[in-house]
Write a protein that binds this ligand. Sequence first.
Ligand SMILES: NC(=O)c1ccc[n+]([C@@H]2O[C@H](COP(=O)([O-])OP(=O)(O)OC[C@H]3O[C@@H](n4cnc5c(N)ncnc54)[C@H](O)[C@@H]3O)[C@@H](O)[C@H]2O)c1
Length: 257
Amino acid sequence: MTDPSMAGPLSGRRALVTGAARGIGAACAKALAGAGAAVHLADILTPDETARAITDAGGKALATRCDVADPQSIEALFAAQRDAFGGLDIAVTAAGILTEARVTETSVEAFDRIVAVNLRGTFLIAREAARLMTQDGPPAPGMGRIITISSELAHLGRADFSAYCATKAGVVGLTKSLARELAPGILVNSVAPGPVDTAMLSLEAMSPEWREKETDIPLKRVGTVQEIAATVRFLAGPEATFFTGQTISPNGGAAMA
Ligand SMILES: NC(=O)c1ccc[n+]([C@@H]2O[C@H](COP(=O)([O-])OP(=O)(O)OC[C@H]3O[C@@H](n4cnc5c(N)ncnc54)[C@H](O)[C@@H]3O)[C@@H](O)[C@H]2O)c1
């Protein structure tokens, strides 16, 4: 069995990934661990299965249940991070929810919940990450990395997804502002995927018309979680030292900047 924590471009680096129980977050956690990072997995569901897959492959993983919308839950998450890893080098905020409703049918409660998870949750993780990364003073240039997960829909907008799109556009604005504020020690970038085959998209449950709509993009297919994770791993790695405040979109050409 190989031991990824012994070698690889991220060896010695300590990562935290939210939304790591499944989908894009799980793929990001595996990709970072595969590159040698020790990874703390956080999710409102139990992320134990992803953690087991990482440790079975010889990597280092810790799993914690956490609701990113709840500041107390985040406090406990970062206490566990400090205890187990002693610090933090890379934070990836993949936890998110999607709701579909016409604006006329969207309640204040539904709007507030998606903002609390997608936008406030990203803010809280980024804030605590920045605090931990600077606990011993400003890190050397580029040593800290915060990678948010937004969406191509932040730029495109979409009928019946207004609350979701608003949160993801908020994540892009947050990313740019944090990039300016935390430079040069911490690089802050966003990955804005196009449609990706996960439980969130539930491609299998879609009608053929919707599936066709979803893949009516230049590359004629949805993305894989591995394709998104590869972008995150790049932004977390030693070759991405001149990126900050950027939003990179692996999206099959669905949106072009
Ligand atoms: N799948 C896509 O097409 C797509 C496209 C663009 C962006 N995204 C974004 O990628 C991210 C990951 O989505 P995915 O497609 O893997 O979906 P997913 O539903 O498979 O995974 C989301 C994960 O977030 C977790 N989560 C939800 N609420 C949480 C909370 N309050 N606290 C902690 N964890 C919570 C879920 O339990 C789940 O494990 C999301 O931010 C999503 O908005 C997805």
